[in-house]
Design a protein. Structure first.
Length: 396
């Protein structure tokens, strides 16, 4: 059946299908969460915290962006991709709605005066259950090579557990290690999936005869270098080792990105948003190496990798996956190139403006505004697509 364009209202169904496939609820929740969580953070940072809450002032922001927003995008993407990989139906209907509700409950409880054990129990349950939901179709479809994503989700769950252990008073100094382990696991997923989809999307999106350049040693070293960095930061965060690991990962992934690049990407927003995001990931790794080697703080490097790298690539992937899995042509809605650009402006402001302005709170607030507007444009452009059935009548 032919794919119908976005602008064909006569074929758009009038009923709703928010739980037909995992990308639908989790991309929508992630988009709304990205707006609310960062808007709240920017306001609180500028005006002072009203209360520490369960996670604490700084801890809430880092936790919710990693284990809230980013985890939702990853779970939505993996459970959607697994159906394509295996031909086996993944979570849908009531079970998918309950998993999405569990994610939402974890976000809400953190803002309420709930018992700490309840907040921890609800939040900790999400990732293991998502890993189980991914494991079952992979085993049924005998798609064993993708079991590594189950392991990575469990690694992400371990990082979350280390955060909660400290917050519950059961350990003394594990929250930082858990946070960096989570960042490492997320970057690992991006590097693995980026190697699969970014050059493929570039070949499909660019019509100038582009042919990717690949080097076998780079394809092997790219994820291994990021994994090594995550393990070193989580287990043995010695500055010299961190600098060497981050520098190696930056070089390897920079070489990898150079093999995907062509000037023609700038005519295709769904392609350049992913390549620019990968470039931010490389920049974040490079800044981390410099910071570790010089003894400087790694906060700016962290935000280069998270806002520019993780934020840009997840926004770009949600934009493309939603179009493809709702039966639409792969052409961005008019607002989305602006959303992509605004997000990268947010990264520039957050990483480099603190070097120029004396007011750190102002840089955080400005970055939060640009980030929130970018994701508000995503929700506005894609919200109904995520709630309505495919316009070509196919399941999903």
């Amino acid at each position: 059946m032919a794919i119908v364009g976005i602008t064909d209202p006569s074929r758009t169904p009038r009923h709703w299908a928010p739980f037909e496939l995992a990308f639908r609820p989790f991309f929508l929740l992630a988009g709304i969460g990205a707006v609310i969580l960062v808007s709240l953070w920017g306001y609180v940072f500028a005006h002072g915290p009203a209360g520490a809450g369960y996670y604490g002032f700084i801890g809430w922001h880092s936790h919710e962006m990693l284990f809230g927003y980013t985890a939702a995008v990853i779970v939505g993407f993996l459970l959607t991709a697994a159906r394509n990989w295996t031909g086996v139906q993944t979570l849908r209907g009531v079970p998918l709605a309950l998993l999405a509700l569990l994610w939402l409950a974890g976000r809400v409880l953190a803002l309420l005066p709930a018992p700490p054990w309840l907040t921890a129990a609800v939040d900790l349950a999400f990732l293991p259950l998502a890993a189980l939901a991914l494991l079952l179709p992979l085993l049924k479809g005998r798609h064993y090579k993708s079991l590594m994503f189950v392991a990575i989700l469990l690694g992400l769950a371990l990082g979350n557990g280390l955060v909660h252990l400290q917050l519950l008073g059961m350990t003394a100094h594990t929250a930082t290690a858990g946070t960096y382990l989570a960042v490492g696991m997320i970057l690992l997923i991006i590097v693995i999936m980026g190697g699969r989809v970014i050059p493929f999307f570039t070949e499909k999106g660019v019509t100038t005869g582009f042919v990717r350049r690949e080097w076998r040693w780079v394809e092997i070293a790219a994820p291994l270098s990021v994994l090594a960095l995550a393990l070193i930061e989580g287990v043995l965060p010695q500055p010299t080792l961190v600098a060497l690991a981050a520098g190696t990962a930056a070089v390897v992934n920079g070489v990898r990105l150079s093999g995907w690049y062509t000037h023609a990407i700038w005519r295709v927003p769904l392609v350049w948003v992913l390549q620019v995001g990968y470039a931010w990931l490389v920049l974040g790794l490079l800044l981390k190496a410099v910071a570790a080697a010089s003894g400087a703080g790694t906060l700016l490097a962290l935000h280069a990798a998270t806002i520019g790298g993780i934020g840009g690539i997840t926004l770009g992937m949600m934009a493309r996956v939603t179009l493809g899995h709702t039966g639409r042509v792969l052409s961005t809605p008019p607002a989305m190139p602006w959303a992509f650009a605004l997000l990268y402006v947010a990264a520039l402001l957050r990483v480099f403006l603190p070097l120029l302005l004396p007011s750190y709170a102002l840089t955080v607030a400005l970055s939060a505004v640009f980030w929130s507007v970018a994701f508000a444009l995503f929700v506005w452009s894609y919200g109904l697509m995520l709630l309505r059935p495919r316009i070509d009548g196919r399941p999903g």
